[in-house]
Design a protein around this ligand. Structure first.
Ligand code: FAD
Ligand code: DHB
Length: 389
């Protein structure tokens, strides 16, 4: 088989890139290790930047998002019993969109199917060949049958554990990593959200986040230690702990119910450089990971897709290679700023066992400053709603 752009990974990055390129007349094949149902079963991000929304529009996939998504003009931040609001609309003129990654992925799959986009599911042993030469290809197997896909370019959209990043030789790759000494225990429940906006809470018992998907679907997270197991947390224990970590005014309004999903995720910051090697381009989690505080994972994947889509579109339209040559530097410049924000917001909101009394006072002083300074809130809001592409 032959295509122009072979896309490894059928998560949001791979699907969005494929859809945008197809609409620009560029042929792609997406290779996904799992089944479609498996990909759709992963409960992940929930807050989308305007840039992401615009890309979905450009991809012709935004109708359901515009109808069923919830624009949010601000968020609540709490420390102890103090809560304050950061007004994104007033400070930046831009809202964010609450619409789940599951729904984004569902819309992208539907669009790909409607256009007869080529997606191979359950691919195994994906191996990239000659990415630094003129005629790269990918070999893989489907249900034991060996296949080969020749291409002009490769997009590595296969997440943190994929093969693409590891295909770049070690003497070319530089990796930067920080592993945080805590994780997030997440619960999805068919209950109304505690408030009409999100609530990020720094409590003396650890961080808590009250988020949502719609009027009757809530997403909650608790900071947990890395050795805790999902099985150790009954629903009753989760709700009890959540109530203790948010201000009383919110705890009093909390509606509890059975969880329909419960999972633990570790927190990590990670960046690999460069994001291009020959004809292979890394996109999204394949190249960088942020801790989830501030909901930047999926959104920074989208900014990579934006740069790569324009680079490839320009190349195929006119042979212009400037976008391709500039991709890694351009994407990384934004990635590092997003890494900084996610690291800052995580550090501000979590408690750690080794935190000294001084460190704790610094956290509280910074929260007091954020609560009272418009300049500090503006800087936070600017990052939260999404830096420009
Ligand atoms: P992925 O979504 O990881 O997609 C990669 C795809 O590649 C997958 O479908 C995978 O099956 C496939 N693949 C992997 N290896 C291969 C291979 N060898 N061959 C073929 N296919 C392969 N972000 C937020 O903003 N907010 C959140 O609350 C949040 N929660 C998260 C919770 C978890 C547990 C995780 C892991 C991430 C979370 N994120 C969150 C981050 C966000 O979901 C990711 O940034 C986003 O999914 C990145 O999209 P992607 O397409 O780059 O990668
Ligand atoms: C969600 C996750 C986040 O990390 C965040 O900062 C906001 C919302 C969510 O899953 O809803």
């Amino acid at each position: 088989m032959k295509t122009q752009v072979a896309i490894i990974g059928g998560g949001p990055s791979g699907l969005l890139l494929s859809q945008l390129l197809h609409r620009a007349g560029v042929d792609t094949v997406v290779l996904e290790r799992k089944t479609k149902d498996y990909v759709l079963g992963r409960i992940r991000a929930g807050v989308l930047e305007q840039g992401f929304v615009s890309l979905m529009k450009e991809a012709g996939c935004a109708d359901r998002m515009e109808r069923d998504g919830f624009p949010h003009e601000g968020t609540q931040i709490a420390f102890g019993e103090t809560a304050f609001r950061v007004d994104f609309a007033a400070l930046t003129g831009t809202p964010v969109m609450v619409y789940g990654q599951t729904e984004v992925t569902r819309d992208l799959y539907a669009a790909r199917e409607q256009m007869d986009g080529k997606i191979e599911y359950e691919v195994e042993n994906v191996t990239i060949h000659d990415a630094d030469g003129d005629a790269p290809c990918v070999t893989y197997a489907v249900h034991g049958q060996e296949r080969r896909l020749d291409c002009d370019f490769l997009a590595g959209c296969d997440g943190f554990h994929g093969v693409s990043r590891k295909s770049i030789p070690e003497d070319v790759r530089r990796e930067y990593e920080k592993v945080y000494p805590y994780g997030w225990l997440g619960v999805l429940s068919e209950t109304p959200p505690v408030d009409h906006e999100l609530l990020y809470s720094n409590s003396e018992r650890g961080f808590a986040l009250c988020s949502m998907r719609n009027e009757n679907l809530s997403r909650y997270y608790l900071q947990c230690s890395l050795d805790e197991k999902v099985e150790d947390w009954s629903d009753a224990a989760f709700w009890e702990e959540l109530k203790r970590r948010i201000p009383q005014q919110f705890a009093d309004k909390l509606v509890t119910g059975p969880s329909i999903e419960k999972s633990i995720a570790p927190l990590r910051s990670f960046v690999t450089e460069p994001m291009r090697w020959g004809r292979l381009f890394l996109c999204g989690d394949a190249a960088h990971i942020v801790p989830p505080t501030g909901a930047k994972g999926l959104n920074s994947a989208a900014s990579d897709v934006h740069y790569l889509y324009h680079a490839l579109k320009d190349f195929y339209a006119s042979g212009d290679e400037r976008g391709i040559d500039g991709y890694s530097a351009k994407a990384l410049a934004r990635v590092w700023k997003v890494e900084r924000f996610s690291w800052w917001f995580s550090s501000l909101m979590h408690r750690t066992a080794d935190q000294s009394a001084f460190d704790h006072r610094m956290q509280m002083a910074e929260l007091e400053f954020l609560a009272s300074s418009e300049a500090a809130q503006r800087a936070m809001a600017e990052n939260y709603v999404g830096l420009p592409y």
